[in-house]
Design a protein around this ligand. Structure first.
Ligand code: P6P
Length: 337
């Protein structure tokens, strides 16, 4: 029976993909469903954050030395919970936790995947109602199935990701994920409580008018970066401009806009923070995977983000990411690679 479904839910979509690979086990589909369930639970709290005692700090400091927001803790608990009690994940790395977490039970030890995530990125914006997000990257284990996952599983380069995605809790709540087959976006339909396909086969426009960078750090950037930013400000209709500077201060929101409309996002190294602020494993790598599948690119200024060999869970990296032609111009003007 040929059911003409105008809109596919996330589950229907992943099962449709699964049917095209009869040998697939369905573990990745179940993993994505687990992540979407946690996202729906976080979304409920984000949407009413101003009404219940979940705003503000929980009084602790995380491994990054940042004030932990109550919603950070709630979000982390939701994602750890669904992954630990699911059947598709052997362990996790989280922005909120000091070290990797090995689930080490019989089911988890036989699971194929490990997941890195930032449960609630941009949490400094929670109290002022600016869009925030969740970011995740999925890796196939390199360690022996049937045994607990190991450090090597968590320290794979981003080019080993089998899937990556993000949730943006904004004017609507979207779940966007990429596999090597493409990038697809799903908008939460509150009437049925399901993420429904709204942005099929997302491609990043080869160029755009948005450049995103924290101008407050301008004089801390190296000469090449300053030269490129200066050039962005001098763009006119005659040379591909004028550009618009948009910087929300929430990476998920800034990169999502550039993915859809075209643009470039930069968090360069500074004199204070030579490796920048953003973390490789659960911020840069997932977005670099998504943008490359969508036709964009991402670099740390010396190499592809996805080729960086991680050394530790919370290591930081400079990040330049976005539309291919804008990234090419950045490299040409700044001397970055
Ligand atoms: P700055 C949020 O804290 C975050 O990690 C990213 O979401 C965002 O892009 C960046 O930091 C903003 O940092 O230093 O410009 O405020």
């Amino acid at each position: 029976m040929n059911v003409n479904r105008a809109v596919l839910t996330l589950d229907e979509f992943t099962l449709q993909q699964l049917r095209q690979f009869p040998t697939a086990t369905g573990e990745l589909s179940r993993l994505l469903r687990d992540l979407a369930l946690a996202a729906k639970r976080v979304n409920v709290e984000v949407n009413k954050a101003g009404l219940v005692d979940i705003l503000g700090d929980d009084g602790s400091i995380n491994v990054q030395g940042e004030d932990v927001k109550k919603l950070d803790v709630f979000a982390n608990n939701q994602f750890v919970g669904v992954l630990k009690h699911g059947i598709s994940c052997a362990g996790i790395g989280s922005e909120e936790l000091d070290d990797f977490v090995v689930f080490d039970d019989e089911i988890s030890n036989n699971s194929k995947y490990v997941v890195h995530f930032d449960p609630l990125d941009g949490s400094g914006n929670i109290d002022v109602n600016v869009s925030i997000g969740t970011i995740f990257g999925v890796y196939r284990r390199v360690s022996e199935l049937g045994k607990p996952c190991t450090r090597e599983d968590f320290l794979q380069p981003g080019n080993k990701q089998v899937a990556a995605g993000y949730v943006i809790y904004g004017s609507s709540t979207m779940f966007v994920y990429a596999t090597r087959r493409g990038v697809n976006g799903f908008t939460l339909d509150p009437s049925i409580g399901e993420f429904s396909l709204s942005h099929p086969d997302i491609k990043c426009p080869p160029t755009g008018k948005f450049y995103s960078v924290n101008h407050g750090n301008f004089f801390q950037y190296n000469e090449g970066v300053r030269k490129y930013i200066d050039g962005c400000q001098r763009k006119t209709k005659e040379n591909g401009g004028p550009y618009t500077q948009r910087y929300i201060g929430s990476m998920v929101a800034d990169v999502h806009r550039n993915l859809i409309k075209g643009g470039i996002f930069m968090y360069p190294g500074t004199t204070d923070k030579p490796n920048g602020k953003l973390r490789l494993l659960y911020e840069a790598n997932p977005f670099a995977f998504i943008l490359e599948v969508a036709g964009g690119c991402a670099t740390d200024g010396t190499q592809r983000i996805l080729d960086i060999q991680p050394e530790s869970l919370h290591q930081r990296t400079p990040l330049f990411i976005g539309s291919k032609e804008m990234m090419d111009e950045l490299k040409e003007v700044s001397g970055l690679k």
